[in-house]
Design a protein around this ligand. Structure first.
Ligand SMILES: CC(C)(COP(=O)(O)OP(=O)(O)OC[C@H]1O[C@@H](n2cnc3c(N)ncnc32)[C@H](O)[C@@H]1OP(=O)(O)O)[C@@H](O)C(=O)NCCC(=O)NCCS
Length: 207
């Protein structure tokens, strides 16, 4: 295997963005895994798709990054393969202040900014161009979508999904597994598991 070689689980759009982040950070992608059998033996983003979960399971001590964006599937696979070294990757153009902690398996994409004393958990996604200001806490498996702005001292619970382009004012807590709809402006705490949409964000009528 080539130096700094990494596998990506998920030959998807998200997987491509992960590949781009890895390459920008000086790694070599040596192949993809995906449960879609149609992809097996084909090339994806210039690299072979080597098989699915059962093929991944027989690799000896692989170094890998999760390339699936869907929170539920992502978590299921990462928990099944908890002994795999899930790498954390920061795109070369992201700015992560030195006084930030980033958990294993987390990916931080192009143009994202994470400011001092924020703590980003394990297996999170800080997506393209998102900003996380000072003293935020982002729980394990949370997804901060492209273009989101978290003001200072925001807490995002484990597994929460903060939708594309949303804004969260300072000091707010978004509960575990809550969902913030695309483009929302969150001005108050969001309870665990609740979906909010709009400006100011309110529980979705379908809740
Ligand atoms: C909030 C969200 C999860 C709701 O999804 P859903 O439960 O499938 O909701 P539906 O599409 O069935 O819409 C239900 C209602 O909520 C409204 N709604 C949905 N998302 C909304 C949003 N972001 N802002 C305002 N209203 C929204 C719909 O217009 C609809 O209203 P109606 O009943 O008057 O027609 C989803 O719309 C969303 O915003 N997801 C974020 C997507 C994202 O960030 N993608 C980036 C991936 S990297």
């Amino acid at each position: 295997m080539r130096k700094n070689s990494v596998y990506i689980f998920g030959a998807s759009g998200h997987g491509k963005v992960v590949a781009g982040a890895l390459i920008s950070a000086g790694y070599t992608v040596c192949g993809f895994f995906d449960d879609d059998v149609v992809l097996h033996g084909r090339k994806f983003f210039g690299e072979p798709v080597l098989g699915g979960q059962e093929d991944f399971a027989v690799l000896e001590a692989p170094v890998a990054v999760m390339g699936i964006g869907n929170g539920r599937i992502r978590r299921m696979i990462m928990e099944r393969f908890s002994l795999v070294q899930w790498l954390s990757v920061i795109h070369r153009t992201a700015w992560v202040d030195p006084a930030v902690t980033v958990g294993g398996g987390t990916v931080i994409f192009a143009g994202a900014v994470v400011q001092p004393d924020s703590r980003i958990g394990k297996h999170c996604i800080i997506n393209t161009g998102a900003t996380v200001d000072h003293d935020c806490v982002v729980g394990d498996y949370a997804h901060i979508c492209p273009g989101v702005n978290l003001a200072g001292n925001v807490t995002v619970g484990a597994g929460a999904w903060v939708g594309i382009g949303s804004q969260v004012i300072q000091g707010v807590t978004i509960g575990a597994h809550a969902v913030v709809g695309a483009g929302a402006t969150v001005t108050r705490d969001v309870p665990e598991g609740v979906t909010v949409v709009g400006t100011p964000a309110k529980p979705n009528r379908t809740e």
